[in-house]
Design a protein around this ligand. Structure first.
Ligand code: FAQ
Length: 310
């Protein structure tokens, strides 16, 4: 019976139909979607932290307002994504518990520090650009709630991209000190940008399954290539140097060639051992603790909250 259902399910996907929460779906499809959407949601709330710390130090009122709105959007994206993941049967509480315990992953790039204002500008432009490449593709995928969330998210990310681009161009065309600051930030962030799309297709574990069921609409390497096509010229156009001497487009294959990112470092960072992993999860843990009384009051308005001893 399941074989018939599977054939029907795959036929619907092949015809470009959306799968909705009450429809039959293979267990592996459900588990893979939960994993991917949950990781995506965690990336949005953890991703708010490296830039968020720059709100109080933003250079001027306009930048402060814009950055505050952008960071708030990212947290809103997490809300949309947690709701999409919940339609598959995992509760928000369970997802947040798994984040705090280190069981669930989130994007490696947010485990690196933002030393200067320019780091936050580079994230707003070039990490958000990466997110758009990935999310535009996947918004055409097969799972209805995830695709609809991604469409809304992409619309907002498009504003982030303009804000980020404007911030980087401002510095890149500013004083020598500003130009140096933004170049140094690019030097720090380039390898993170290259790993953002996940391991090379040769090393990727889930791509084949996810692409068969149209959850992922492009492979990690395809997204990386598309990103390089779109952004290398824009970065160079404003006089910044990409810190990879091997980066060039092979005119025969039409593919970008580059120094292979350090996948061993990547493996360590996604498994909890990066420069800021402990700090990032520490902030989430504190937020959970501070919000515990609100959740308890919502569940049981007459309960008395006793703060646990540290
Ligand atoms: N970081 O087999 P694959 C944003 C893990 S949103 C950490 O290739 P898959 C907005 C992967 O989970 C950013 N872990 O995996 C923003 C798996 O481990 P597992 C997030 C990674 O799923 C901007 C293992 O490696 N975007 O930035 C990463 O086929 C600014 C094997 O990898 C999304 O989540 C990584 N980079 O492809 C917010 C989009 N890459 O679970 C604030 C949705 C791989 O078996 C400020 N997700 N891993 O233990 C996806 O498109 C995919 O899940 C990929 C990975 C492409 C991330």
């Amino acid at each position: 019976e399941d074989a018939v259902k599977l054939a029907e399910f795959e036929a619907r996907i092949a015809q470009g139909e959306k799968i909705e929460p009450d429809d039959w779906m293979p267990r592996l499809y459900r588990m893979q979607l939960i994993r991917m959407i949950e990781q995506h949601a965690h990336s949005e709330i953890i991703g708010a932290l490296p830039e968020g710390t720059w709100i109080t130090r933003a250079p001027g009122f306009r930048r402060k307002l814009a950055l505050m709105a952008k960071v708030q959007d990212e947290v809103g994206h997490a809300q949309l994504l947690y709701s999409a993941a919940e339609t598959l049967g995992k509760s928000r509480e369970e997802m947040l518990t798994d984040l705090i315990n280190g069981k669930s992953k989130y994007s490696n790039v947010f485990n690196y520090p933002t030393y200067t204002w320019a780091d936050s500008c580079i994230i707003s432009w070039l990490i958000d650009a990466g997110a758009i490449v990935n999310q535009m593709a996947n918004s055409k995928g097969s799972y209805g709630p995830y695709c609809r969330a991604l469409e809304r998210i992409c619309a907002e990310e498009a504003f982030h991209l303009k804000y980020g681009h404007d911030s980087v161009v401002f510095m890149a065309t500013g004083s020598p000190a500003q130009r140096q600051m933004v170049q140094e930030a690019l030097n720090r962030w380039w390898s993170q940008i290259m790993t953002f799309f996940g391991p090379s297709d040769k090393l990727s574990v889930h791509t084949e399954t996810l692409m068969r069921w149209k959850v992922k609409m492009a492979s990690n390497d395809e997204c990386r290539q598309q990103y390089l096509d779109m952004y290398v010229p824009k970065i160079r156009e404003i006089g910044l140097t990409i810190p990879d001497p091997h980066l060039h487009k092979n005119e025969q294959t039409g593919q970008w060639e580059y120094t292979e990112p350090d996948w061993e470092e990547f493996r360590k960072v996604i498994n909890g051992d990066g420069p800021c992993n402990a700090e990032r999860l520490g902030v989430r843990r504190m937020a959970e603790e501070r919000g515990a009384w609100v959740r308890l009051a919502l569940k049981n308005p007459t309960a008395k909250y006793v703060r646990p001893l540290a």
